[in-house]
Design a binder for this molecule. Structure first.
Ligand code: ADP
Length: 259
């Protein structure tokens, strides 16, 4: 993908203006404030605020039931919280690509036809073959969606989320059900998107790739942020050797570390 690179090189070619340009571009592409939500009497998110910058990779990690899916639904604006606000982008043109935890597609259609269907909702020309290639689904292009494995269905969901080059991509457990090679490829795609200026917010239990790829890790437990920081900051604050070990400490003790 060549577009997106131009914006990056524009800043890079003017070293003296880089800081200024950086500062100017630092308005968040997601600004979520005071998000709270309950299902019946059960509070699942408790007064959460989060901003995400263009080109930033934010990983949401937390035990099952900690509220990740609910928060990602609010950040992508597919649902609204009981309280709080979510602003995405500065104008109407900001586009969000969303991969739900369980993507579903209408049966009876091939992978390529399914993706082609979604391209009609954006004004840009989308090369279906290139998009399928990017997510590693080229060889399954002619397969019917109901014949896909869980991991492949998720990859098709990722392809759908990327249609139209969104400014923000929200991915709910994108690595779930993928073989180790595809997990690596998935996080490479995430890094490529961020390098092109796309903000990526994802949830994942794959803490190895998260540690290598994310700019910021937000640890959610019981509907609250218990730690936020770069992977390195979280590892150091937990006096751990890696993010996996830090996660165990942060979540079991519920200590607030970082910022
Ligand atoms: P995670 O993605 O971290 O596993 P979820 O956001 O899916 O967490 O769920 C957070 C909490 O909200 C869980 O206790 C879950 O049971 C509850 N929950 C999620 N969706 C619903 C719903 N539609 N009705 C009732 N409770 C729900």
């Amino acid at each position: 993908m060549s577009d997106g690179e131009s914006a990056v090189s524009e800043v890079a070619s003017e070293p003296d203006s880089t800081v200024l340009a950086d500062t100017e571009s630092k308005s968040p592409v997601i600004d979520a404030s005071g998000l709270s939500h309950a299902f019946g009497d059960v509070v699942v998110l408790d007064d959460l605020s989060l901003t995400v910058e263009p080109g930033e990779i934010v990983a949401l990690v937390g035990p099952n039931g900690s509220g990740k899916t609910t928060l990602l639904q609010f950040l992508s604006k597919v649902r609204a919280p009981n309280a709080g606000t979510v602003t995405v982008g500065a104008g109407d043109r900001t586009r969000v690509g969303y991969l739900p935890q369980r993507p579903e597609f209408r049966e009876g259609f091939t992978v390529a036809d399914t993706l082609r269907f979604y391209t009609q909702f954006v004004e840009e020309d989308v090369d279906v073959g290139t998009t399928l290639d990017r997510v590693g689904l080229s060889e399954a292009a002619d397969r019917r969606v109901e014949a896909l494995s869980g991991g492949m269905t998720r990859l098709l969901g990722l392809a759908r989320a990327l249609v139209g080059d969104p400014d923000v991509v929200v991915l709910d457990e994108p690595a779930s059900g993928l073989d180790p090679g595809m997990v690596e490829r998935l996080f490479e795609i995430v890094a490529e998107l961020a390098a092109e200026g796309t903000a990526v917010v994802l949830s994942s239990h794959n803490l190895g790739p998260v540690e290598r790829t994310a700019d910021r890790v937000v640890v959610l437990d019981g509907g609250r942020f218990v730690a936020t920081g770069s992977p390195q900051e979280l590892v150091e604050s937990a006096e751990a050797t890696d993010l996996q070990t830090a996660f165990g400490t942060l979540v079991s003790t519920e200590e607030v570390a970082g910022r």
